[in-house]
Design a protein around this ligand. Sequence first.
Ligand code: KIV
Length: 301
Amino acid sequence: MSSQSSAGGGATAKVKRLMAPDIAAKKGVEPIVSLTAYHAHTAAIADPYCDFLLVGDSLGMVMHGYETTVPVPLELMIMHGRAVVRGAKRALVVVDMPFGTYEESPSVAFRNAARVMKETDCGAVKLEGGRRMAETIRYLVDRGIPVMAHIGLTPQSINVIGGFKAQGREEAQWAAIEEDARQVAEAGAFSVVLEAMAEPLAARITEAIAIPTIGIGASAACDGQILVMEDMLGLSPRVPKFVKEFGAVGAAIEGAIRGYAEEVRSRTFPAPEHTYAMRDAHMPGHAVTGKATKKPKKTSS
Ligand code: KIV
């Protein structure tokens, strides 16, 4: 999966797909750009602009209507992971390990992460947790699975945390979160997501560890940024404070659907240009309803 062919001006151009070490090497060099992606077509649109695409378990909330990410099954991650790998040619594709598939032991984590890698052809997995996941991260990395860590607000632990709360807003919380960052970096994670974290803490962590920090609600101090694509497109009904809506896609979809419904009801759609005519206009019993959209095939006799 590390490189793909694409047609360009007759010659076959090779597009090299970024790998986990390429992302790690960007620390201190250039900001890392990333988004979540869940479909082949949106992955293809985002691919030229993003260093990595995350098939995040937030897909359970933004696409499948769950209240939290807790119910998301592994099979769903694999299905969307495959679609994104098919759509993106250049960006590294990272797939989230959903709740319950990696916490029990390093070997359970390996079995499920290996399944994700083999069945999706993605380049890395992500899992939530700091110190408590360090041993598992080391186990996976030693066995060939690149791991992105995720600390700060970890939505899979929502039932313990008691809500989607920003982390590190009191200095008393800092030492534990800094230790999480240090331990996942030392365990071999190639990068770490910092979610919903007070700016000074995100800045301290970014300064202190050797791997890139990817912020989502963790300020511009991070080495890179990620947003949930549906949120930044303006497609989600509710978004957290840290989201900037760069588009109004929800409104555009609604406008298009309203127009369609009106035209169907007023019988102005489909128009003649959307309608197939008979090839032989003189066939008895068949009225010609419009122009054929495909030219008739030439016959050789
Ligand atoms: O699932 C997800 O979308 C994520 C991002 C918040 C980083 O993990």
